[in-house]
Design a protein around this ligand. Sequence first.
Ligand code: NAD
Ligand code: G6P
Ligand code: MN
Ligand code: MN
Length: 456
Amino acid sequence: KLKIATIGGGSSYTPELIEGFIKRKDVLPIKEIWLVDIEEGKEKLEIVGAMAQRMVKAAGLDWEVHLTLDRREALKDADFVSTQFRVGLLDARIKDERIPLSHGILGQETNGAGGMFKAFRTIPVILGIVEDMKELCPDAWLVNFTNPSGMVTEAVMRYGNWNKVVGLCNVPIVCRKIAAGGLNTTEDQLTFKFAGLNHFHWHRVWDREGNEQTQYLLDNIYATEDGMSVAMGNVMSGLGKGEKDEAMSDSGVKNIPMISFLKDQVKDLHIIPCMYHRYYYITDDMLQEEIESYKEGKTRAEEVKRTEARLFELYKDPNLDYKPEELGQRGGTYYSDAACELISAIHNDSRVEMVVSTKNNGAVPDLPSDCVVEVNAVIRSSGPQPISWGRFEPSTRGLLELMKDMELTTIEAAYTGNYGKALQAFTINPLVPSGKIAKTLLDEMLVAHKKHLPQF
Ligand code: NAD
Ligand code: G6P
Ligand code: MN
Ligand code: MN
């Protein structure tokens, strides 16, 4: 019987996780779920935790759902530890977005300076969790959702010396839905292959007959506004052959605005970009859009704060015992499918294929073998076994290598607290201009986040 510990249990996403476990009740012999949070998250934990208890009860299950601020008690003898915490909560994300934007620089949760600071704040905490795990649950798997998910996973392996870790994200799931919508079919009729980094991967698609549909999707869906809206219209309305899915948005995920890629450039990629590539391929357009939101006090973090307040009002209702529609307003929809499916696949040695952040081991030969990549992998009880992708074209390869090196530099700065290394990471990140402005921005953000950066 399984003991699962979820760190950051007060997250508004928790009902999705619980729903995912309930859906898999026949293959997941759960005994206990421990939702862990910290003092600042206590109220959220109590509200959403009570909701989780109602959901389990309504499903007729005898699982124990414990709420605690004592992480060690939760980790003791756990089989799986999932992480969904946000160091500094949404107020820190607001700073990650607004401070760069105040200098006319992109501000985003997992990209550019904001994403790097999220790594700086998160990595010391995750490494503390790993130290506790070594002592309290040395055989457990760590299922990481905490962003930047790829960098956090890499830090756990590289500096925590903990290999039983898998990084997850909902974006590959959403990419599959876009393809199904664009080809007017269902996902199960298609075969996918993904490779790259978290929030920076590309994919290829084949139909039932084995014909590759990648270029068709690039030419007819990704290169045109109309194509994209037809595909997403199919997904959202359930027109066509797919299932109705209102939690999607025009770009795929709710947190990224739909702005068209450059037609000729995107067609020439020959592999399909994820939605986050917009920040790199059409930086100017994305920045303009973000600046507008910034001026109106509507950065994504500020919007999420309002959504979260509404969600917690709903969760307070003692009669609510299912995941409300409103949670579909968050960008991380489907995240529980990934987490619960992964836990089930490891527990049951099911050998299903999933897209995960894991050690490369040669699957992407353009990147070092020992670094973390996001790729298709066969999930066994021994963990993910990545599937070979092959080489990237020069147009893609350079950027991919740069981004991996930027991640490695960021992680090293987060671990050591080396100021020069942090400035180096800012300098090489394509979304942060180099020179005096990089230093000004770095210094301002170090002061703003001081409380959560003991290493600097
Ligand atoms: P949130 O702001 O609601 O934070 C979740 C909880 O974490 C809060 O209750 C908070 O009190 C708690 N917390 C903060 N520091 C903690 C610590 N040291 N120990 C334990 N708990 C702590 O965040 P959210 O919007 O629910 O997102 C949670 C995390 O998951 C974020 O890092 C977010 O980026 C990530 N996320 C990732 C994906 C993905 O695709 N990988 C999808 C959705 C969310
Ligand atoms: C995406 C990403 C997540 C990210 C989230 C943001 O789908 O995959 O990694 O955390 O959306 O959503 P939010 O609602 O918090 O802006
Ligand atoms: Mn993600
Ligand atoms: Mn730079």
